[in-house]
Design a protein around this ligand. Structure first.
Ligand SMILES: Nc1ncnc2c1ncn2[C@@H]1O[C@H](COP(=O)(O)OP(=O)(O)OP(=O)(O)O)[C@@H](O)[C@H]1O
Ligand SMILES: [Mg+2]
Length: 232
């Protein structure tokens, strides 16, 4: 596998303004993900894992430092350019799914393709195909409220993967799934790594999910520390 750099942070810092002062979530955080890599980020609740994914996924802007996507400094881009990268290159599985409640399973997954300008029939075919891979072929016309938590999570996973992203950012993607279903999702992600050099960052509290990744980082006291490398 090549060592092309997909995402890199340079001295990244993020503050949140609070009524009682400023909360510094992290400072001087440096991290690189190369093409094809599959890494886990672990850490206690509230350390900043979601905050970090939001910065890497260009959903939020850092207070200090930079995020580079394929070597390009994201802070130099317009909102429109950032939205283009989010739609074309990044698949995001949100911790709390963020599905569109008015739309069906199929429509939720078609959404990124429609934004990209794909034809309806093609978008439908691609969305059906990925929904089959997450075992939701029989739930295409249900709305999120009519789905179980684990089913909603799988819709979110399908939506993140349907556009064949370069980079997958997954915030506890198997948190609501039983181990067998979770394993099937991990196997699907693994296939995409082998078949098309997908690069992924998986935030997880689950040691079994971390064992599945090549590198395991721990976010602790504002630092990202490599704690393990798994060789398969
Ligand atoms: N929009 C915000 N405004 C102010 N503070 C925030 C905001 N978002 C997060 N925080 C704070 O920043 C810190 C990091 O939050 P974050 O959601 O990144 O944690 P996390 O590691 O993802 O936790 P969890 O494992 O519970 O999901 C927390 O102390 C949180 O209260
Ligand atoms: Mg979180």
């Amino acid at each position: 596998m090549s060592h092309k750099e997909i995402v890199r942070t340079v001295a990244l810092g993020k503050d949140y303004p609070l009524p009682q002062g400023v909360l510094c979530v992290f400072e001087q955080l440096s991290f690189t993900l190369n093409q094809g890599e599959l890494v886990a980020i672990m850490g206690s609740s509230g350390v900043g894992k979601t905050t970090l994914l939001n910065l890497l996924g260009l959903l939020d802007r850092p207070t200090r430092g930079k995020v580079l996507i394929e070597g390009q400094d994201a802070s130099s881009l317009t909102e429109e350019e950032r939205a283009y990268i989010r739609n074309r290159k990044i698949g995001f599985i949100f911790q709390f799914y963020h599905l569109l409640p008015e739309f069906t399973t199929l429509e939720n997954v078609m959404f990124p393709l429609i934004i990209k300008g794909e034809k309806l029939t093609e978008a439908k075919a691609k969305a059906k195909d990925i929904l089959e891979k997450v075992s939701l072929a029989d739930k295409l016309s249900q709305r999120p409220a009519q789905l179980s938590g684990g089913e909603q999570q799988r819709v979110a996973i399908a939506r993140a993967l349907v556009n064949e992203p370069l980079l997958l950012l997954a915030d506890e993607p198997t948190g609501n799934l039983d181990w067998k279903t979770g394993q099937r999702i991990l196997a699907l992600i693994n296939d995409l790594h082998r078949e098309r050099g997908l690069s992924s960052i998986i935030v997880t509290h689950d040691e079994k999910v971390a064992q599945f990744c090549e590198k395991v980082y721990l976010l602790y006291e504002g630092r990202l520390k490599l704690i393990r490398e798994n060789h398969s």
